[in-house]
Design a protein around this ligand. Sequence first.
Ligand SMILES: Cc1ncc(COP(=O)(O)O)c(C=O)c1O
Length: 393
Amino acid sequence: MKKLENKVWLSSPTMHGDELKYMQKAYETNWMSTIGENINEIEKSVCEKLGCKYAVALSCGTSALHLAIKIAGVKSGDKVFCSDLTFAATVNPVLYEKAVPVFIDTEYDTWNMDPKALEKAFEIYPDVKVIVVANLYGTPAKFEEILSIAEKHNAIVVEDAAESFGATYKNKQTGTFGKYNIISFNGNKIITGSSGGMLLTDDEKAAENARKWSTQSRENAPWYQHEEMGYNYRMSNVIAGVVRGQLPYLGEHIAKKKEIFERYKEGLKDLPVTMNPFDEEIMVPNYWLSCMLINKEAMCHQVRTDTETSYVSEKGKTCPSEILEMLAKNNAEGRPIWKPMHLQPIYKNNDFVSIGYDVGEDIFDRGLCLPSDIKMTADEQNTIIEIIRACFK
Ligand SMILES: Cc1ncc(COP(=O)(O)O)c(C=O)c1O
């Protein structure tokens, strides 16, 4: 097997040069604060790209989610239905408001919130008014079903499109399905500002509130007048410069991520594995991370405690822990699937609604994220495919 000379990352920033130009301009014109042309431009561009009316540039996706949760009217003690198989950032803002997440299990078709489990959750908790839905690894959730359930129960959807910027569902961009939606420009995302995020909505009052709350809730007065609690959540014009330089490359990044996904699919096709799934008829993912799921019969014995993992090597079989170890030994970065929220110690007392079988736990056990960096060469990826194949020998 060839050795990887340079480290291959899971998903690292890919710069193009224009970022520096816009950052430099912010510096030269002294707009080194949370006001400026870069912020205005990216808010406009994202609205045009996604087809939403308002975009508010914020310090990160998490702060955008926090404001979305507040704007959706979540109050202390309220139950909120949340995606279960996701990054903790989807759910933390619910806790900021002292509300109580109820986790909804995952389906196998897209690895997102299962509409059937959501329907069941409304039978148990008919009064829930807010649902937070994440699009995992760049694949849209089943919005038709989820939105119709939400409508039936008069609930607001907050869409966490942090990982899926540029993906579409029925020709509509993700980040536009909820009443309030967010994207992230974190360093590992499809495009980045090094950090940053946005709240997206068609609701003018919500956008106004987000702007106000994110800048310490100043009232319109000649002095610092405050009627509401505020936050320091606005995006810097320097960070916006990086985002502005990246935005024209979104399509190129998605095309490269797709090539990576296709190459894995082809290179692993005769192994007992599947790639992270989506419905080709109605959705186009942004392919942010390529992931694979090992068939049950090809899993060797793997044990995971809260902080450690071990496995027993077996001929013809493997497991995520073994593959991740082999990738790391060979200079490539993979990752376990997000550990489901209902299995996290912090949420041990929170409810988890599934339709019988725990799908999230199963995907966590058998799945892993593969190196998906768009600077990875075809040669490097072929070496990674060989490393994975060797684990099944
Ligand atoms: C699903 C999901 N939601 C929210 C976030 C939070 O975004 P940020 O890191 O910009 O706060 C991330 C990524 O970090 C994410 O993957």
